[in-house]
Design a protein around this ligand. Structure first.
Ligand code: HEC
Length: 203
């Protein structure tokens, strides 16, 4: 080995052993080498960006990165994020006219298949059965907390006369003393439950 090579070799060894001393342990976090690799300079979503470091300097003027100084832009008014259309529900809650309008406007987009019915049963048993009972007769355990016969049976004309869209409305917003399930069940799951409610009306 030429002596110059020896020097490079020794330098490499000592550099390596130097790095190996950087290990952390116990309460000692060790030495942070090139901290930018660990701690990103990315913007915090919705944070205010008025401070110099996170702003753009233009002709000696420090500008926040956006007009309101937020890293993440607010969605444009009256727009719906891509793929979120289903979550937009235009009907006002607990209003007879709105419920009927929903019944005229909306049809169940899901076909009545074994799979949709099974899923509907699954979600029904978790969310609705405690009050409405396993056959939809309004006799679940929690129903005892309501006045007698307060919860309508699905076999009653009151429920049978509801259009699918009105049932979807009731599930989404709740109705009088029934709570809302719009934030609990995805739109698809709500329509599956509608299928299952229809099934219980007949069976
Ligand atoms: C905590 C008890 C409770 C749970 C859970 C519950 N309901 Fe109800 N439900 C009621 C009560 C009470 C009423 C009667 C509402 C009223 O008029 O005050 C009702 C009424 C209804 C009606 C008839 C609404 C109308 O316009 O006449 C339907 C349909 C219905 N529920 C479906 C469901 C479905 C589907 C679920 C599950 C996603 C569910 N309910 C969960 C208590 C409940």
């Amino acid at each position: 080995m030429k002596s110059i090579n020896k020097v490079v070799y020794l330098l490499a060894i000592s550099a390596l052993s130097g790095f190996s001393a950087c290990t952390s342990g116990g309460n000692d976090p060790g030495v942070e080498y090139a901290p930018d690799m660990y701690v990103s300079k990315g913007y915090e979503p919705m944070s205010q960006l008025a401070d110099q470091e996170r702003s753009i300097t233009f002709q000696d003027t420090v500008l926040p990165i956006s007009a309101d100084g937020k890293a993440m832009r607010d969605p444009v008014k009256n727009t719906i994020a891509r793929g979120q259309l289903d979550y937009y529900f235009p009907y006002k809650p607990n209003d007879q006219d709105e419920k009927e309008q929903a019944g005229r406007d909306m049809k169940n987009p899901l076909p009545l298949t074994q799979e949709n019915l099974e899923k509907g049963r699954h979600y029904y048993n978790i969310n609705c059965l405690p009050c409405h009972g396993n056959k939809g007769l309004g006799d679940g355990k929690v129903a005892a907390k309501y006045p007698p016969n307060y919860i309508p049976s699905y076999k009653s004309d009151r429920v049978k006369n509801l259009e699918d869209g009105s049932k979807y409305y009731v599930i989404t917003h709740g109705w009088n003393f029934m709570g809302a399930y719009g934030r609990v069940l995805k739109p698809e799951a709500r329509w599956q439950v509608v299928h299952y409610v229809n099934y219980l009306e007949q069976n």
